[in-house]
Design a protein around this ligand. Structure first.
Ligand code: CP
Ligand code: NVA
Length: 302
């Protein structure tokens, strides 16, 4: 029996594995193997400590389309909510399920579960990483630009979970990554350092206009992530000049594309005009969550 494989961060996948997931996602989107059910007879747990629209529904639909049974779980419904340990929950659920997707507040929770589970564990977002999102984002770049290598990818905003996974996948796929963030909101230096050591071109600047200049992709995420509500007023004030608007878009390449992982706070990190305008690939990006989740499940679970 081969050892199970998890997706906790992008580093769990080599550059070749990332490429192969992206190619398979594009193939699945084209409709090949539509009627095949490679996961027939299997059951996949979908555990959410926080709200979710895209991750929850794309995984649930993806599991169904692959022929397996999705089981959506929340801490309240499990004995976890009454103090059963993560380790005992992982040991138990491994006896029923064939894979587990987890959205958690603390990254340690999904890491601890994965350590004690004998089934593949997929991080569906933690405070520190959002690897599934990064796969869909880079798939969208590959589809629209025909390549990833050398693409100038400008992330405008918080050095958060989404930024971390993008920095890591940039190193795996050759994106030329720049983040513009206010002082105090840079990505984790350890994430940046590791990506640079793996050959990633990662730059950090303070001026959104500098990051946007000549960009192929402009990307943003909310200024206030789930769990940061207490800091909301302070963050919104500090991020005011980190909005993707027509002025910023005008500094990017004429054929630049705009991405946002969603949900968006329209009028904060992105204007309506840009979000609904011709450069936006945001809803195609959201759709791609389905195709990449299916490719990931097929690779990890079958
Ligand atoms: N982008 C993303 O993960 O969306 P949800 O929070 O709706 O799952
Ligand atoms: N950074 C955001 C991403 C939501 C998909 C959050 O963690 O809330």
């Amino acid at each position: 029996m081969t050892a199970k494989k998890d997706l906790l961060t992008i580093w769990d996948f080599s550059a070749e594995e990332v490429r192969s997931i992206l190619n398979r996602s594009i193939a699945l989107k084209s409709g090949v193997d539509r009627m095949k059910c490679p996961l027939i007879g299997k059951s996949i747990g979908l555990f959410f400590e926080k709200p979710s629209t895209r991750t929850r529904v794309s995984f649930e639909v993806g599991v169904y389309q692959l022929g397996a049974q999705p089981i959506v779980l929340s801490p309240r419904e499990l004995q976890l909510g009454r103090g059963e340990t993560i380790a005992d929950t992982a040991r138990t659920l491994s006896r029923y399920l064939h894979g587990m997707v987890m959205r958690v507040f603390q990254h340690d929770t999904v890491a601890e579960f994965a350590r004690h589970a004998s089934i593949p564990v997929i991080n569906g977002l933690s405070n520190a990483h959002h690897p599934c999102q990064a796969f869909a984002d880079v798939m969208t770049v590959q589809e629209r630009k025909g390549r990833t290598d050398g693409i100038r990818f400008a992330f405008i905003g918080d050095g958060n979970n989404v930024a971390h996974s993008l920095i890591e996948i940039a190193a795996r796929t050759g994106l030329d990554f720049v983040i513009a963030a206010p002082e105090g909101y840079d990505p984790d230096p350890a994430v940046v350092q590791r990506a640079r050591s793996a050959g990633g071109r990662i730059a950090i600047v303070r001026d959104a206009r500098e990051a946007a200049a000549g960009a192929d992709v402009l990307y943003t995420d909310v200024w206030v992530s789930m769990g940061q509500e207490a800091e909301a007023d302070e963050k919104v004030e500090k991020f005011r000049s980190f909005q993707i608007n027509d002025d910023l878009l005008g500094r990017a390449k004429p054929d630049a594309m705009v991405l946002h992982c969603l949900p968006a706070v329209r009028g904060n990190e992105i204007t309506d005009a840009v979000m609904d305008g011709p450069h936006s690939a945001i809803f195609a990006q959201a759709e791609n969550r389905l195709h990449t989740e299916k490719a990931l499940l097929e690779y990890l679970v079958s």
